[in-house]
Design a protein around this ligand. Structure first.
Ligand code: PLP
Length: 273
């Protein structure tokens, strides 16, 4: 397996970053997960734009899009696979212990792993912890993911594949690695970015392609929604058949099934929508 580090391809087994890299010591880093179909990245322009927004939010130098594109192409060419997940990691680089930034430039790593298509439907839980809709890192895709790791572990313990968070004012927000949509009276709704959720790329495409509305939704909307679905790079559009103890029989319901179909068709037509 070859990865991109320090401006070129390296063997994964021997590639090394400093143990004092601030991505490791203080979580000062950002990332993107990009789907790759038959060796070609999906929606890379949108991912690069979000990478830059995250970098600016953290005060990191703008990533060089040309380099990241070259890195993705090189990694995909060196590791052929039918369905892959590119992982672009960009950190503050190595520096002194503590939270100040060092003088060294950022670290860029691009790796790829094989993945598989997700099932059409899944179970989710809600967790009692909240997303902060007004934090310094809100909306940034940072490597500080420990809260998501904890919530996902809770979901797995309960036979679910995703955990959904509310925010500090009791509104529905997002999952550990996905955005959430609900269907009410035939209309599709998803929490607005002001809820504190990540500006998911699949979310944006689903809104554009299905006409879903961005709506403030109380967390308990999950107890009455006719249908619920998730969006993410690795799930695409995925129906939810159980939320906590509530079964949603027949998932994907008709509105979700249509959204899944639209997403599959449109994303197959255009690799960089
Ligand atoms: N929300 C969070 C917290 C995420 O980590 C992700 C993706 O990893 C998403 C939402 C979905 O975003 P995207 O559709 O860009 O994969």
């Amino acid at each position: 397996m070859k990865i991109w580090l320090d401006g070129g391809l390296q063997d994964m087994e021997s590639a090394r970053v400093s143990v004092f890299d601030h991505g490791l010591t203080v979580g000062d880093g950002i990332f993107e997960t990009v789907k790759a179909v038959d060796g070609r990245p999906f929606a890379l322009t949108r991912h690069l734009d979000r990478l830059t927004r995250s970098a600016r939010g953290l005060g990191l130098p703008d990533p060089d899009h040309d380099e990241v594109r070259r890195a993705c192409a090189a990694v995909l060419e060196a590791n052929p696979m039918p369905l892959g997940r590119l992982r672009i990691t960009y950190t503050g680089g190595h520096g002194p212990l503590g939270s100040d930034r060092g003088e060294h430039g950022p670290t860029l790593v691009v790796a790829v792993g094989a993945t598989t298509r997700r099932p059409d439907s899944t179970a989710v839980i809600t967790v009692p912890w909240t997303r902060n809709e007004r934090g310094a890192l809100t909306g940034l895709k940072t490597t500080s993911y420990a809260e998501n790791v904890v919530a996902l572990a809770r979901a797995r313990e309960q036979g679910a594949s995703e955990a959904l968070f509310g925010n500090t004012v009791g509104q529905l927000c997002e999952g550990t690695g996905s955005n959430v949509f609900v269907v009410l009276d035939g209309e599709i709704h998803t929490p607005p970015l002001a809820s504190g959720c990540l500006a998911g790329i699949t979310r944006a495409l689903a809104i554009e392609w299905t006409g879903a509305e961005e709506t403030d939704l109380p967390l308990d909307v999950l107890e009455r929604a006719d249908e619920v679905f998730l969006t993410s790079t690795l799930r695409d559009v995925q129906a939810v058949h159980r939320v906590d103890g509530r079964e949603l029989p027949g998932a994907p319901g008709p509105v979700t099934a249509k959204a899944m179909r639209i997403f599959e068709e449109r994303s197959g037509d255009d690799l960089d929508p």
